[in-house]
Design a protein around this ligand. Structure first.
Ligand code: MN
Length: 331
């Protein structure tokens, strides 16, 4: 598998091929990545809703565990465990085959794979690779694809794609909040999205255990290098104390990256005694993927992640050393 970072085919050059693939498909599979966020799952559910509106048979597939915090997305209840009959697979927002978790065999087993994404690090594992690193969200790529092939944007399609765009831009606050993203937001509202409702479900629907967990993690906040490096951790013991599960730790990294002096923010998550995940956020001139790449991870310049089959206590110092090295190299 070769990493391709330039020269992705343009939508207008491959739209005909994708239409041909859809014409020949019996059952269309729509696959998100593991630990699906609203961009990945909203893109899959939005594309699926548009296909269903055209009378197509669709299965939405999600690597376990099911992200139940996203159950507000229209069509969440249609997520299928069974890929039976799927002869064309569309994947959304996923840069590497490993990120499909317990569903990665599908990439080998299904003959035709259409890989729809906006990660510059995408491995191009598809039969067709529709990758736009300039897109603010994969949902934006899906919208362009659907409108180009003449597929309908129903209210359910629009709501899913809006949730994808809204959350991948941090509620239209991150640097990827472009003019095109804001215009697409307006188009999706015109197509039937209720933006206040999506905001409520995305950012104002947190559980009490989630807030307690955040408090524990903030309590463990550490800073180095005059506050340029900030980090914290979430252990299994903290989850137990807060009555939360790991999926409810999503807001913690947002707290860390809101610190004024922060240039690199890192959150370590003890998934199990021998599996540690790390989330990284950065500000200019630092690249979050540079912190994760030595450990096989990746993502975007501003937000990246990695996981390693090592205990937290062993993984943590290695990642911190990479981050310190980066921060010292530039000042
Ligand atoms: Mn995304």
């Amino acid at each position: 598998m070769t990493a391709v970072t330039t020269g992705w085919p343009r939508l207008e050059d491959i739209a005909g091929d994708i239409l041909g693939i859809l014409d020949r498909a019996t059952v269309i599979g729509c696959l998100s990545h593991k630990d699906a966020d609203a961009d990945s799952l909203g893109s899959a559910l939005g594309f699926a809703a548009s296909m269903r509106a055209m009378g197509r048979e669709v299965r939405v597939l999600v690597p376990s565990p099911l992200p139940r915090m996203l159950e507000y997305l229209p069509g969440f209840d249609t997520i299928s465990e069974d890929p039976v009959g799927v002869d064309v697979l569309f994947t959304f927002d996923c840069a590497t085959v490993a990120r499909f978790g317990d569903k990665q065999d599908l990439i080998r087993d299904v003959a035709t794979v259409v890989n729809v994404d906006h990660h510059v690090s995408n491995e191009a594992f598809g039969t067709i690779n529709l990758i736009d690193p300039k897109a603010s969200a994969t949902g934006q790529v899906v919208y362009r694809l659907l409108t180009t092939i003449g597929a309908p944007i129903t209210a359910d399609v629009a709501t899913n794609l809006y949730a994808a765009l809204f959350t991948d831009t941090g509620g239209f606050r991150h640097e990827n909040t472009t003019e095109e993203a804001l215009r697409l937001g307006a188009d999706l509202v015109a197509a039937g999205t209720n933006p206040g409702w999506v905001a409520l479900k995305s950012y104002k629907s947190r559980s009490v255990p989630q807030i307690k967990l955040e408090g524990l993690a903030v309590g463990r906040l550490r800073t180095e290098l005059d506050g340029r490096l900030v980090w914290s951790e979430i252990t299994q013991a903290m989850l137990e104390e807060a009555g939360a599960d790991m999926m409810e730790s999503e807001g913690v990294i947002d707290q860390l990256q809101s610190i004024d002096t922060m240039e690199i923010a890192i959150l370590f998550k003890e998934s199990s005694p021998d599996l540690t995940k790390v989330s990284v956020r950065s500000r200019d001139p630092y690249d979050a993927t540079a912190v994760c790449r030595p450990f096989g991870g990746g993502g975007h310049r501003r937000a990246a992640g990695a996981e390693l089959g090592e205990p937290l206590a062993e993984f943590e110092p290695q990642v911190l050393e990479v981050a310190r090295g980066l921060l010292r190299s530039q000042r």
